[in-house]
Design a protein around this ligand. Structure first.
Ligand SMILES: Nc1nc2c(c(=O)[nH]1)N[C@H]1C(S)=C(S)[C@@H](COP(=O)(O)O)O[C@H]1N2
Ligand SMILES: [Mo]
Length: 220
């Protein structure tokens, strides 16, 4: 077998340590909440560019070898090729992004497959309450099923009219705009539908399990 360093061996330990320190110190917290009608959540500032944040591994997945598995507590588990994904109905939305590191970016135009289309395809069982997103860099994150089952949630492959770049999670990433951006997995390879919650990479390192920016759910 190869001596491939493990995922945890390759990621930027320093960067992760810094973010965990922030979580422990409650960095960025204003101690306030805001109604959803307020567009900019508390403690956030606007940016015009789109910062890149990840664990330092940006996997390159050609569309020809890309696959997305949808499995777990669903009536119809399935693995989709890139062509399968493109054959599904395509949706377009415009939404804001909010990162826990305090930047927000308005009016991002997305194109991809809606959560509605994905859920119609697999049909989650009555007992399914959460989705665990697994990525090609071994990143994981968890959301409540009802938080993904929203008109603004998509698996996206275009941003502002162009394919999503590799650094931002192309060819396919998750977009769950009403939660901090760590919930939106880049390079997504599997949606695991589960009955019991399973905190993901950052959720087990001091980040909030729910992650609502208007309630400033930054850390746990
Ligand atoms: N696969 C994967 N998805 C990920 C991450 C990651 O490290 N790997 N980082 C998360 C975090 S912490 C943030 S803030 C956003 C950043 O997305 P961006 O680089 O496109 O701004 O991606 C999220 N999705
Ligand atoms: Mo992040």
């Amino acid at each position: 077998m190869t001596d491939e360093p493990t995922f945890l061996g390759k990621i930027k330990d320093k960067l992760i340590g810094k973010k965990q320190e922030w979580a422990e110190a409650g960095r960025g917290l204003t101690g306030t909440t805001a109604p959803h009608e307020q567009r900019l959540p508390p403690g956030q500032h606007l940016v015009k560019d789109w910062p890149v944040l990840d664990l330092g591994i940006q996997p390159q997945i050609p569309k020809t070898s890309y696959s997305l598995t949808l499995d777990g507590a669903v009536a119809h588990p399935i693995t989709l090729s890139w062509a399968d994904l493109m054959a599904l109905p395509q949706s377009e939305t415009v939404s804001d992004m909010h990162c826990v590191t305090t930047w927000s970016r308005y009016d991002n135009k997305w194109k991809g497959v809606s959560a509605e289309a994905i859920l119609a395809l697999v049909q989650p069982l009555e007992t399914c309450k959460h989705i665990i997103f697994h990525s090609y860099d071994d990143y994981t994150t968890n959301v409540r099923l009802e938080h993904f089952d929203q008109p603004d949630c998509l698996l996206v492959h275009e941003w502002n009219g162009a394919p999503i770049s590799r650094e931002h999670g192309g060819p396919l990433r998750v977009m769950i705009p009403k939660f901090y951006l760590w919930k939106s997995a880049k390079w997504v390879k599997r949606l695991e539908f589960v009955t019991t919650d399973q905190p993901g990479f950052w959720e087990t390192r001091g980040y909030n399990n729910n992650a609502d920016p208007w309630a400033e759910e930054r850390y746990s």
